[in-house]
Design a binder for this molecule. Sequence first.
Ligand code: DC
Length: 223
Amino acid sequence: MDGPSGTGKSTVSRRLARECDAAYLDTGAMYRALTLAVLRSGTDPADPAAADVAVAAAGTLHSVTDPAGPGILLAGEDVESGIRGPEVTGAVSAVSAFGSVRTVLVEHQRRLIADAVAAGGIVVEGRDIGTVVTPDAPLKVYLTASDAVRAARRGRQDARAGRERDTAAVLADVQRRDALDSTRKISPLHAAADAVVLDTDHLSVDDVLVRLLELVNERGLLR
Ligand code: DC
């Protein structure tokens, strides 16, 4: 599952994994956790030295892939709540643009995916899953939605987490991050040629889930 922020990727990926009795991997949380390590070290996220800090921290990263209780640990510390705030959100695109950071995380993700596939299957969400991480995935979905809808969804998500912000600021943030993620040199965000593109502007989470389950069934992916 790939696509820009605010398309509902996390919600539907997690629910799809539960419905299919599969594992669930949020690769954005991995980039966010390494960004938290960079910020804590006091290094400027745009400085090449940030890549070294992130790569070192990647050695201590642990993803919990149970869709009923996904999580992310950094050196044994649960950092799930610390990675969703504005500081990390503002810096994550810079850290995730470093080639060395992507190389180490993609290797890590491929190992997790191979283990989960052997155990029964996995739903993976991110920006480069269908294009780079698992180009042989049997089902690739690319979720889209208009900027306004994505900003409104992000705004509601932030409000639920106690982070009230005005709509214009959320919209500017979403657009800025997507521009950075889509134009970076290495593994920019784009749909794989063989991805099913779903525009979610007029679809509820349940609608998207129904469509995804149809695709999973059509491709015979349930054992
Ligand atoms: O999905 P998210 O908003 O939590 O992702 C945070 C950032 O991580 C996103 O702005 C770009 C980066 N990312 C990436 O480069 N590649 C991925 N596979 C997942 C996320």
